[in-house]
Design a protein around this ligand. Structure first.
Ligand SMILES: Cc1cc2nc3c(=O)[nH]c(=O)nc-3n(C[C@H](O)[C@H](O)[C@H](O)COP(=O)(O)OP(=O)(O)OC[C@H]3O[C@@H](n4cnc5c(N)ncnc54)[C@H](O)[C@@H]3O)c2cc1C
Length: 407
């Protein structure tokens, strides 16, 4: 391969977002290349049945109904639901420093579930299985080391010396996107001075197909329901966001000490925590690219935005980007247009930026609302939650929007 224009579209990064985009584009008839640092063999390695907490991957996603629809259209959903996954019917959110709470029910929205909790590696695996039967040219097991541009052609340099090019290059290479930096798209970012501790636990009581989330001044704690192959309802994935000092203290505890802290923090809602897996802590940083596009170039997923995991929306926002870019490029394909057309890329940016910014602002507002401990504010948020909980139609409209049921 030399540095000629080889593909219509080159996607860099085969995570949950990039692999979905590549698959969708190839179905539209574009000639697509996908570069991914991991090998396909590693990504397709069979997932062993889960008998204990250590058999689950610590990183999971709460896949919204809108994201589910996209994965269905791409043909990846049957592979996902054939393995372990947990649809959840309820979501309970409450204020650990007060008495207010709110509960969302799928039944009230006439939906089979509010969303589905799935391990990230299983999502990537289902997408790579679908990719194997597609016309996407997979350049796997090789890292991108640079970026080139020559006239109206552009592409990337690979560690093995290849230089694939395309009319449009899309960066889906994650939060620390090198491509975004090489192309020179600046970000607005700030540190939360928080870390998210993630792990898997087994609890004495069934999770009841409910996503449990307790807010406190230092951050939210989520118990997200998991199911293993035998349908055991006692496993949960934990996402516990805490101020950095407190997160370090919790990470340093032995398992017995950590289990005791968890039980206390979730107010014993699911009884004793019987087992806990190895813990991993992620520093939390909000990051948003000021522009999503440049000439012949676009950002999707975490390469464009990373948000606080308090509502589990990161991957869902990435799938929102994929939906809109596919929509714009389907139209371009029919019209015989260049996939790198400036107006098309500008429209993609306009359609996505507003929604992503609104979600980021909502997460920030939520975080600030719970971070402050003034009695008046505490009263207001508790009274507000109780009030909203009693307003069925309004509450359900909000939930439908958040779950993507209205799309
Ligand atoms: C603690 C925590 C909990 C979260 N919980 C949720 C949740 O419940 N729900 C939700 O929707 N989201 C959640 N998120 C966010 C979600 O995980 C991310 O939004 C999502 O993983 C982003 O996917 P992506 O494909 O854009 O990026 P990534 O998953 O980072 O994928 C990037 C890909 O690019 C490849 N790559 C990178 N650089 C190169 C290179 N130079 N050469 C070749 N390949 C390269 C990598 O190998 C990788 O495969 C959470 C995040 C955190 C930190």
């Amino acid at each position: 391969m030399n540095d000629t224009e080889r593909f219509d579209i080159l996607v860099v990064g085969g995570g949950m977002v990039g692999s979905a985009l590549a698959l969708g584009l190839s179905r539209q008839g574009w000639q697509v290349g996908l570069v991914e640092g991991s090998t396909r063999e590693a990504l397709l390695q069979p997932v062993e049945p889960a008998g204990s907490v250590d058999d689950f991957e610590a990183r999971v996603s709460a896949v919204s109904v809108a994201s589910q629809r996209l994965l269905e259209q791409l043909g990846a959903w049957p592979g996902l639901v054939a393995g372990r996954h947990c649809p959840y019917q309820s979501m309970a959110v409450w204020d650990g420093d007060g008495t207010g709470g709110i509960r969302f029910e799928a039944a009230e929205l006439q939906a089979p579930a509010l969303g589905t909790i799935i391990e990230n590696r299983r999502i990537v695996q289902a997408l790579f299985t679908a990719l194997a039967g597609s016309r996407v040219e997979l350049l796997d097991g090789v890292r991108v080391t640079g970026w080139w541009r020559s006239g109206d052609r552009r592409g990337v340099e690979l560690a093995d010396g290849r230089r694939p090019g395309a009319r449009l290059v899309v960066a889906a290479d994650g939060a620390h996107s090198r491509l975004r930096q090489w192309v020179g798209l600046p970000t607005r970012e700030w540190d939360y001075d928080q870390q998210a501790i993630v792990c898997t636990v087994r609890t004495a009581q069934s999770h009841g197909y409910t996503a449990w989330q307790r807010f406190s001044r230092t951050g939210p704690l989520a118990f997200l329901p998991l199911l293993n192959e035998q349908g055991d309802e006692h496993f949960c994935s934990i996402v516990w966001s805490q101020d950095t000092g407190e997160a370090r203290r919790l990470m340093a505890l032995d398992d017995t000490g950590f289990r005791a802290e968890l039980e206390h923090a979730i107010e014993q809602t699911l009884g004793p925590v019987e087992q806990v897996s190895r813990r991993v802590a992620f520093p939390l940083r909000q990051r948003h690219a000021k522009e999503y596009v440049a000439e012949g170039f676009a950002l999707v997923g975490d390469a464009a935005h990373t948000i606080h995991p308090l509502a589990g929306q990161g991957a869902n926002l990435g799938y929102g980007d994929v939906r809109v870019l596919l929509d714009e490029l389907a139209w371009a394909r029919q019209a015989g247009m260049n996939p790198a057309d400036d107006l098309l890329l500008a429209r993609y940016q306009r359609r996505r930026k507003g929604e992503n910014l609104a979600m980021m602002a909502a997460m920030e507002g939520f975080k600030q609302l719970f971070a402050r401990d003034e009695p008046a504010l505490r009263w207001l948020r508790n009274a507000g939650m109780r009030w909203l909980d009693g307003l069925g139609p309004v509450k359900n409209r909000m939930a439908a929007q958040a779950m993507g049921l209205d799309r």
